[in-house]
Write a protein that binds this ligand. Structure first.
Ligand SMILES: Nc1nc2[nH]cnc2c(=O)[nH]1
Length: 178
């Protein structure tokens, strides 16, 4: 195993997964890839597609719609999570599988963790996305930098004031945790 000497992270060489997908899983991934192509060809957005499956049924689909909607958050995974949650009538994706044509970017990774599906399958990875001109890997690298060294610097202020609301949340009795 080769490691990055700066942060000791394992370096990427070649494919991640050693467990081949079964035929059903391949069929869902093919749907995700088809969505990536149709979204790209229609001009909706970049070449990314996503399918969400629960108990053998497709409950959400999405293709990248950033260009069509002028929404920088309209990544395929976000569009599919919104579709699935709308269809389920719930804000979490318990017991669901996410099939995405590309490894999720940090934003989509966050959305996936918040939605809490049981598994994620991806085809292209963040290095493939970088070769195609997308910033997914760059943003992962930014996460490892101190706030002031990021391309978009982050500065903290008024923590005490904002924390008062967190204290109110902690004490609030009628809240739904998510
Ligand atoms: N995984 C993923 N990466 C992206 N990078 C830019 N757009 C997207 C997207 O929709 N999905």
């Amino acid at each position: 195993m080769v490691k990055n000497p700066v942060n000791n992270n394992e370096l990427y060489f070649g494919k991640h997964s050693e467990i081949p997908m079964n035929e059903e899983q391949k069929a869902y991934m093919k749907m995700a890839v088809d969505l990536s192509r149709s979204g790209m060809e229609s001009g909706k957005g970049g070449p990314f597609g996503c399918v969400i499956v629960k108990d053998g049924k497709v409950i959400g689909i999405g293709s990248n719609s950033v260009l069509e909607t002028n929404d920088p958050t309209a990544h395929a995974e976000i569009v599919a999570i919104r579709d699935a949650c709308r269809n389920l009538g719930h804000f979490q994706l318990d017991g669901c599988e996410v099939y995405t044509s590309c490894e999720p970017c940090p934003m989509c990774l966050g959305a996936i963790y918040w939605a809490r599906p049981s598994k994620v399958f991806f085809a292209n990875d963040k290095r493939d996305a970088a070769e195609a001109g997308f910033d997914d890997d760059f943003i992962y690298q930014e996460l490892e930098l101190p706030y002031e060294k990021r391309k978009i610097p982050f500065e903290q202020g008024m923590q005490d004031t904002a924390k008062e609301v967190f204290q109110e949340w902690i004490l609030k009795e009628d809240k739904t945790l998510y």
